[in-house]
Design a protein around this ligand. Structure first.
Ligand SMILES: Nc1ncnc2c1ncn2[C@@H]1O[C@H](COP(=O)(O)OP(=O)(O)OP(=O)(O)O)[C@@H](O)[C@H]1O
Length: 254
């Protein structure tokens, strides 16, 4: 028997006020531990879909169930990573990571420090824990942002174009690192990106959305097993799937 999906969307619709329907008839079942990428034309509702999962905005029709709960009640299980690292400039790396736990409120300061230490090591910033954000590269700032999100022990990680502002080499490296981290931590990922290659490299499935209104045009299965390493990008199978996904994306761009 299939396990119950961790994230369940049935005929979900989203409209802001009396505006146009943004997302329409979204059906999606995602198992715990999957890595789902969302791609589609600008404005098709990718970020809105993440906001629906996290309960930051309500759906206007249909049903969303996350781990048997409403999105709002499941919110404590989730963490967000955005394109902007959003670090506090006057706090060192260590304190920036601890802050997320402090805001959560129920973890004492010794435990906060322990967790932050571990997460900073995990993202490879042990040598930089005492630096301020302005002393970090863009890639390092993103690693702090990842450490901060993971310190919350999320079961679901929502990533909204996290690597969009980084150069290609840094992005590729972070793609590899995020998979290495996931192998140890095993959260479910919803990852918004405009990069087809990135989506293919990371995902177990890619949801291609069409626009006006946003609908699921196609769900592409990515057959490559994990762990995935940089060499995968050079294989014919990988390049074929990038091409096929690009074609699917092109067909919804009009
Ligand atoms: N709070 C809001 N009120 C009204 N309209 C909104 C609101 N948030 C988003 N929208 C509209 O919903 C649509 C989808 O926006 P969303 O940011 O989800 O798209 P996206 O696919 O993530 O775009 P991009 O790829 O450009 O980041 C857009 O037309 C946007 O203007």
């Amino acid at each position: 028997m299939m396990a119950l999906p961790q994230v369940y969307f049935k005929e979900v619709q989203k409209q802001f006020g009396t505006g146009p329907v943004i997302l329409d008839n979204i059906n999606l079942e995602v198992q715990a531990g999957e890595f789902i990428s969302l791609i589609g034309p600008s404005g098709c509702g990718k970020s809105t879909l993440l906001r629906l999962i996290s309960g930051l905005t309500p759906n206007t029709a249909g049903e969303i169930v996350i781990d048997g709960m409403t999105p709002e009640n499941a919110r404590a299980e989730m963490a967000y990573i955005f394109q902007e690292a959003n670090l506090l400039p006057w706090l060192r790396v260590q304190k920036n990571v601890e802050l997320a736990l402090k805001v959560q409120g129920h973890i004492d300061k010794y435990r906060r420090k322990d967790i932050a230490d571990k997460m900073i090591d995990l993202v490879g910033l042990d040598h930089a824990r005492n630096r301020f954000p302005h002393q970090l590269s863009g890639g390092m700032r993103m690693r702090v942002s990842i450490a901060r999100a993971l310190s919350l022990s999320p079961r679901i990680l929502l990533l909204d174009e996290p690597f969009g502002a980084l150069d290609e080499m840094t992005r590729d490296r972070l793609n590899e690192e995020i998979l290495e981290i996931r192998a140890k931590e095993n959260w479910t990922a919803f990852f918004v990106t405009h990069s087809v290659a990135e989506a293919v490299f990371l995902s177990s499935r890619i949801v291609v959305l069409s626009a006006n209104p946003g609908r699921v045009a196609e769900i592409i299965e990515v057959p490559f097993s994990y762990p995935r390493t940089a060499e995968l990008r050079e294989t014919t199978e990988f390049l074929d799937l990038v091409r096929r996904t690009s074609m699917s994306l092109r067909s919804v761009m009009h």
